[in-house]
Design a protein around this ligand. Structure first.
Ligand code: ZN
Ligand code: ZN
Length: 514
């Protein structure tokens, strides 16, 4: 058995998705005392990256140094990729700096690094790296432009996204559908629906994915009617919608309260397009009825369609019960979720909030203690705002910002002003949020309020503010922001985990229907 026969079996296993077996073989190979070739190293790094075995990766790196293979193009590339996948961007960067002088595929090296930063949620650095790449005259391909646009979308970096859009135009890239989709999505997720539309309209051959992206943009901005119009245009152009298009259409209907339209499309989907409804489609229908307050219909729909083994539909029903304060079905849904062992942090919080508003303290207490037993944890809330190319992040009760003292002082004053205007903090709801209990002891200082206060004191009067939040915006903050737009005469757009809220003159575009 020589090195090439070992290589063949290991790469064969990897190609068939049998990574752990491949790793076993690799260890056997070491024990058998067979020296690695550069190809073996490159596979070994891919494996370490795939299985997130950072220590193994480091050990192998040491061997590479001893074997003087660091400058090998093959090895260097997979080594860098391994560090990116394991989240060690600094190590990856040092490989990149040394190795990029030797490689012929320089474009690939840059793309690997940019993708690495994005995978690790470090969008700002990804963008810096991308700009450095352009400065150094490395041509940007389709792939990297698409991933950079997606990074701007995720982080809500509209100025940077606009720059990327500019590059695409300057570089004379044809606006093919995937790239156009990425740019449309970027503008939409950054809150600029008008720009999204413009790019969409100017794109040449639109494919189903691009149409769906535009549809989804209208839907998340709460413009259900416009979303449906896009769908009709798409049909008129003889583009066949896919499963995802239909999920988007149905959720547009449910978020805009278009019950009969939703029902129509649900049938059309099966009759005209032959799409068999998946759990997601069913769930949209439960949501459609539930949000509209048709709780009996929602519950019957679950039973009639034999989807009561799906936890997600019960969670949806539970949310609807919370919205419409329907204790009986809330209990039913919770019981189902417990049976399905799908009672997660979100459901606990919903249920515990419901009980709290109905003063059933004892039940709340029971729920909370059983939750502690199961150690259900929620993600901490975080909000951010972009000002002059810098991202300012806040968590509740955060004092790490250099202008914290001013922010808190202003927020105190602002909340007093809101109270005079008739705002009453909805402590009844949020105090019982488990996440809040631990991290957000005071409603006044939720992350979104901190970000807004900072935005107000840092920009000229009347400047619209764009805030991003990694969770759903809480009800108390939602209420407070409506008052803030009146108190300060500003427009405020909040993008939360699910959608956009355009606040203006004391109203929100979602009409409290989220
Ligand atoms: Zn809040
Ligand atoms: Zn809203």
């Amino acid at each position: 058995r020589d090195v090439s026969s070992w290589n063949t079996i290991i790469s064969g296993l990897m190609r068939h998705g049998r990574a752990t077996e491949a790793l076993d073989r690799l260890q056997q190979m070491v024990r058998a005392g067979v020296a690695f070739s550069n190809y073996t190293y490159s596979m070994a790094f891919s494996l370490a990256g795939l299985l997130l075995l950072r220590d193994l990766g480091r050990q192998l790196h040491g061997r590479v140094v001893v074997a003087v293979l660091e400058e090998d193009a093959f090895v260097g590339c997979s080594l860098m990729d391994m560090y990116c996948k394991c989240g060690e961007m600094e190590a990856a960067l040092s490989i990149f700096d040394r190795w990029s002088e030797f490689t012929e595929d320089i474009q690939f090296a840059w793309s690997t690094m940019v993708a690495g930063y994005i995978q690790n949620g470090r969008e700002e650095e990804a963008l810096e790296f991308f700009l450095r790449m352009l400065r150094e005259g490395v041509p940007a391909g389709q792939f990297i432009l698409t991933s950079v646009a997606a990074a701007c979308a995720n982080a809500g970096m509209v100025e940077q996204g606009r720059q990327v859009h500019g590059f695409v135009e300057k570089l004379g890239h044809r606006f093919d559908a995937p790239l156009a989709s990425a740019i449309v999505d970027m503008y939409s997720k950054c809150g600029s629906l008008e720009d999204a539309c413009r790019v969409f309209e100017s794109a040449q051959d639109k494919n189903v994915a691009l149409w769906t992206t535009m549809l989804c943009s209208y839907a998340t901005h709460g413009q259900g009617r416009m979303a449906l119009e896009i769908f009709s245009r798409m049909k008129a152009e003889k583009i066949t919608p896919n499963e995802i298009t239909l999920v988007t259409v149905l959720s547009a209907c449910s978020h805009s309260g278009l019950v009969s339209e939703g029902y129509h499309y649900f049938n059309l989907m099966q009759e005209e397009y032959g799409i068999v409804p998946s759990t997601e489609h069913y769930n949209c229908m439960v949501d459609l009825y539930g949000r509209a307050g048709l709780l009996d219909k929602a519950k019957n729909f679950i039973e009639e369609n034999k989807i009561s083994h799906e936890a997600i539909v019960w969670k949806t029903l539970l949310s609807a019960c919370r919205l419409h304060k329907h204790i009986e079905y809330a209990k039913l849904a919770s019981e189902k979720l417990v049976q399905l062992e799908q009672y997660d942090a979100g459901s606990y919080v919903l249920m515990s909030n419901m009980y709290a508003t109905n003063s059933k303290w004892l039940d709340t207490f029971k729920l909370r203690s059983s939750m502690r037993e199961r150690r259900v944890r929620k993600q901490p809330g975080q909000s951010w705002i972009h000002l002059k190319n810098t991202v300012h992040r806040f968590v509740a009760l955060d004092v790490s910002h250099p202008r914290s003292a001013e922010i808190y002082a202003y927020l105190e004053k602002l909340m007093e002003r809101l109270k005079e205007m008739g705002y009453t903090g909805r402590t009844d709801l949020v105090v019982h949020d488990i996440e809040e209990e631990q991290r957000e002891t005071s409603l006044k200082f939720h992350s979104e309020k901190l970000a807004i206060a900072f935005g107000i004191i840092s920009t000229p009067v009347g400047t619209p503010l764009r805030i991003f939040k990694n969770l759903r915006v809480c009800e108390d903050c939602h209420e407070a922001i409506k008052f803030i737009t009146r108190a300060t005469n500003r427009e405020i757009v909040v993008r939360d985990l699910y959608r956009f809220h355009h606040f203006k003159d004391g109203q929100c575009s979602c009409e409290d229907f989220w």
